[in-house]
Design a binder for this molecule. Structure first.
Ligand SMILES: Nc1ncnc2c1ncn2[C@@H]1O[C@H](COP(=O)(O)OP(=O)(O)O)[C@@H](O)[C@H]1O
Ligand SMILES: [Mg+2]
Length: 266
C-alpha cells in the first residue's frame, strides 16, 4: 500500500531518568518519520527503551531533549485544549488490557463511554448498532459479552475489546505497546490481523512495539531495531530482516525459534 505524508516525526528525542551519577538515558537521540497509513514496528529486548519512547510520542512523558512534530507542526501540549486535540488523534493500547479499564464496569459501559468520549449524541438503537459493529470488527459477539465484567473475559477477548474501542474512536495514530504479549497464541494472530485491518480500512498509522522480530516482520512496512535506547537499524521490513547489517539485528533474527527447520544437534 502506498504510504501517505509524514504524519509524526521525532528529532533527536532523548529521555534521561534519574539524577547525578544515577542518570541514565532510556531513550538516546532517536529520530524517525512515521507516515500516514504506515505500520512501523519498534523491536528490542526488554529495557531497550521502547515504552519510554512510546510514552513520549503519546505525550504522557516529557522528553528531556529533542522535539516531536505532528502533521507538519511542532506538537503543542501545554494547554488543555492542545492535549485534548492531540489525544483525539493518537490512541494507545497496552500489554495488559485490564490495566486501562475499570474492573467494576461491565463491557457495555466500556463501549458506551467510548461513544460519549466522541461527543456523539445517539439514541439507544444507534448506540447498540455502533457497539455491535465494533464487536464484530474484532470477531466478538456483543450479545454474549455486554453484560460481563472484565474478570469474566480472557486476556485475548479483553485486548480485542480494546481494539474495538480503537475502531470506534478511529484515531489517526495507534500506538500498540506489546499488545499480544499477554494473550494466547490464537488471539495473538487475530490481534495482528486486526491491526492490519485497521490500517487497510481506516488508513491508520500504527506503531507496533514488540520484542518479537517475527511478529514485527509479519505486520510491518518499516522496522526500527532498538538497543540501549538507540535505534541501531531501521528500514523497510524485508530489507531489515533479509539484509540485516547491525550485529544486534542479526542476533534477534537468529534467536527466533526455527519451527520449520529440522532438528539440528550442536
Ligand atoms: N520511571 C522510570 N524511572 C527510572 N528508570 C526507568 C523508568 N521507566 C523505565 N526506566 C528504565 O529505562 C529503561 C527503558 O525502559 P522501558 O522504556 O520500559 O523499556 P522497554 O519498554 O523496552 O522494556 C530501563 O532500563 C528501565 O529500567
Ligand atoms: Mg515496555
Amino acid at each position: 500500500m502506498a504510504m501517505g505524508k509524514v504524519l509524526i516525526s521525532g528529532r533527536h528525542l532523548t529521555k534521561v531518568y534519574g539524577t547525578g551519577n544515577r542518570k541514565k538515558a532510556a531513550v538516546d537521540d532517536v529520530s524517525f518519520d512515521f507516515h500516514e497509513g504506515e505500520i512501523i514496528s519498534i523491536v528490542g529486548e526488554s529495557g531497550s527503551g521502547k515504552t519510554t519512547l512510546a510514552k513520549m510520542i503519546m505525550g504522557l512523558l516529557k522528553e528531556s531533549g529533542g522535539a516531536i512534530e505532528y502533521d507538519g507542526k511542532p506538537r503543542q501540549m501545554k494547554r488543555y485544549r492542545e492535549r485534548k486535540a492531540y489525544w483525539k488523534d493518537i490512541q494507545a493500547i497496552f500489554q495488559d488490557p485490564f490495566s486501562s479499564f475499570n474492573v467494576f464496569h461491565r463491557v457495555e459501559k466500556l463501549l458506551v463511554d467510548c461513544i460519549k468520549l466522541q461527543g456523539l449524541k445517539l439514541n439507544k438503537d444507534e448506540e447498540y448498532a455502533k457497539m455491535k459493529e465494533a464487536c464484530s470488527f474484532v470477531n466478538l459477539k456483543f450479545e454474549e459479552l455486554y453484560n460481563k465484567y472484565p474478570f469474566e473475559l480472557s486476556g485475548g477477548q479483553m485486548q480485542r475489546l480494546m481494539i474495538a474501542r480503537i475502531f470506534m474512536l478511529h484515531p489517526k495514530v495507534l500506538i500498540a505497546d506489546e499488545p499480544t504479549s499477554m494473550v494466547d497464541a490464537c488471539s495473538r494472530s487475530t490481534i495482528l490481523d486486526m491491526l492490519l485491518k485497521l490500517r487497510d480500512e481506516n488508513r491508520m498509522t500504527i506503531v507496533f512495539i514488540t520484542h518479537d522480530v517475527g511478529l514485527a516482520y509479519y505486520v510491518s512496512d518499516t522496522i526500527c531495531i532498538m538497543e540501549h535506547g538507540r535505534i541501531v537499524e531501521a528500514g523497510r521490513a524485508e530489507e531489515v530482516i533479509h539484509h540485516a547489517e547491525h550485529p544486534y539485528t542479526k542476533q534477534l533474527i537468529n534467536d527466533v525459534p526455527k519451527i520449520h527447520s529440522p532438528w539440528v544437534l550442536d
